[in-house]
Write a protein that binds this ligand. Structure first.
Ligand code: SF4
Ligand code: SF4
Length: 164
């Protein structure tokens, strides 16, 4: 009889240990996201797909100085600079980025480009959907990265730009 009680107690302890975490977790708020049915909640400093910013007049902030490309450890930023003209003015400076590509198949989201930029032209957004079937679609072009103008009225995070 004593051995039966001992065995029962041992089984109870084992079951208690096994189910303790399960029962505690059942009553906790879930930490998982119900994506894609519901929007994802980001931390404010989340480093997602970059956004090329504009100034208050809608002009592009990027002056094609190449500092971000030089700082990038993955060498995934490609820029072609061009001069503004009286008819075609894109920035408040002499030059603008005629081509600005980021290859997200190489980007490691380190944020060095954002830190290097002297005009705060490049920032991280909250876009994260980067899983195409064609790897070439991971090269995002300036038109996809540029902040929409006029700006969206909603305070919701910007939508992921369409892929080429
Ligand atoms: S986040 Fe890092 S790896 Fe990605 S483009 Fe910027 S510097 Fe390059
Ligand atoms: S994003 Fe900033 S650092 Fe990069 S080329 Fe434009 S102005 Fe220079």
């Amino acid at each position: 009889m004593a051995s039966v009680i001992k065995e029962f107690a041992r089984t109870f302890v084992i079951l208690y240990k096994g189910f303790k975490v399960t029962f505690i977790t059942m009553f906790k708020k879930p930490t998982t996201e119900n994506y894609p049915a519901e929007p994802v909640h980001f931390q404010p400093r989340y480093r997602g797909i970059h956004v090329l910013q504009r100034d208050e007049n809608g002009l592009e902030k990027c002056v094609a100085c190449f500092l971000c490309a030089a700082a990038c450890p993955a060498q995934c930023i490609y820029i072609e600079a061009a001069e503004n003209t009286a008819e075609n003015r894109f920035t408040d400076a002499d030059r603008y980025a005629k081509v600005y590509n980021i290859d997200y198949s190489r980007c490691i989201f380190c944020g060095y480009c954002v830190e290097a930029c002297p005009t705060d032209a490049i920032t991280h957004g909250h876009g994260f959907e980067l899983a195409p079937y064609d790897i070439n679609a991971m090269v995002f072009r300036k038109e996809q990265l540029l902040e929409p103008w006029p700006p969206a009225k909603s305070s919701a995070p910007a939508k992921v730009p369409a892929r080429a």
